[in-house]
Design a protein around this ligand. Sequence first.
Ligand SMILES: Cc1cc2nc3c(=O)[nH]c(=O)nc-3n(C[C@H](O)[C@H](O)[C@H](O)COP(=O)(O)OP(=O)(O)OC[C@H]3O[C@@H](n4cnc5c(N)ncnc54)[C@H](O)[C@@H]3O)c2cc1C
Length: 323
Amino acid sequence: MIVVAGLGMSGSYLLKRLDDEGFEVRGFDPKTQDFYVPCGYATNIRKLRDILRSVNLNADDYIEREGKDVTISGPDLPELTFSSAGICTIDKNRLENDLISGHKHERARAKYESGDTVIDATGVSRYYLGQAENDFLMYTKEYLTDEADHADFHFRYFSRGTGYYWEFPLKNGFHVGAGADSVEAINQSLAGVVYKKVLSRKIRLKPLFDQMFNQNIIGTGESIGTVSPITGEGIIPSLTSAEILVQCLKEAVDTEELKLLYRERIRDRFAAYQGLFDLLVSSRNGKMFTLRNIKNAKFAKADFEGFGIDIKIWEIMRHLIPI
Ligand SMILES: Cc1cc2nc3c(=O)[nH]c(=O)nc-3n(C[C@H](O)[C@H](O)[C@H](O)COP(=O)(O)OP(=O)(O)OC[C@H]3O[C@@H](n4cnc5c(N)ncnc54)[C@H](O)[C@@H]3O)c2cc1C
C-alpha cells in the first residue's frame, strides 16, 4: 500500500495519479476542506496545462487572473516592466479538492503499517521525513486584500537576497505578501496594507536532494526543497517532482531501485536549483559578481521564464553591476 501523507499540491496530484494508474493508495491530511493555505497562487498557465492533461483536468478552468505586465523592483533597481510569459493566479484550493475527489482519503494524520511506502508530501514541515540538516527557511506572511498598489503582478526584492514583497492579482482582490529573514522586515514592508485575511508560514528555499528518504518514507514537493530559491515558486516544481515519483514507482522493481531512480531524476531535473541557491547565498554575502554566477544568472533567467515572466536579465544586471 502507498500512503500519501499531505494533500497539498504534490500530494493531491499524486493521490489521483497513483489511483488512476492502479496502485493501492490512500491519502491523509488533517486540514479541513476550506482551510485557506498560504500561497500567492501564481503559476505558469502554459506549464500547468501540460501537467494537468495527465489527470484529465483543464488548467484554464482554475485561472483567477492572467498577467500582462509584470513589474520588478529592488533597492538598486528602478521599477522595470516585463511581459508575461504565462504567469497567472489559479484557484489552488479548488484544484487540490478536485484532484482528491473520488479517491480514498481521510482528514487525519497518516496511518500506515510497516511494509507500506509512505510519501511525505507535508511540505515545509517534513513531518514524516524528519527535520533536515542545514535547512534554509524564510518567514512569510500573506494578506488577502481588496486593493494593491499595482493592478498586475509585482515583485519588490529586498537588499542582498533577504526576501521580497509581492502583489498578485486574483479574480476578486489580491494576494499581498512578503517573505524575509525576519518578521520585522516583513511587517515593515506590509505596514499600512489593509487586509481581509492574514496567514503565515515558513518557506523552504534550499534543495534537499541529499535528504529525500528515511527508510520507507520518500519525500516529494517542498519537503525535499523543490521551491525556486529566487522566486519562491513551488506549485509547478512540486507537481513536477510528484510526476517524476509516479514514473519511478511504475518502473522500479523494489524500494532500493525506486530511491536510486528517483534521486537521480530529481537531481537531474532540478540541477539549476543548486546554482540558484548558490546565487542566493552569494547575494547575501555581497559576492554576486563571480564567474560562477554568470552561469547562475542564466539559470535565473530560465527560472523567471519558467514562472511565466519574460525577464531581460541584462536589463536588471545593467542597474546592479557596480561601475
Ligand atoms: C506565503 C507563500 C506564498 C507562496 N506563493 C507561491 C506562488 O505564488 N506560486 C508558487 O508556485 N508557489 C508559491 N509558494 C510555494 C508553494 O505554495 C509550495 O512550495 C507548494 O504548495 C508546495 O507543495 P507541497 O505539495 O510540497 O506542499 P503543500 O502544498 O504545502 O502541502 C502540504 C500539505 O501537508 C499537510 N500536512 C502537514 N502536516 C501533515 C501531517 N502530519 N500529516 C498529513 N498531512 C500533513 C498540510 O495540511 C498541507 O495540505 C508560496 C509559499 C508561501 C509560504
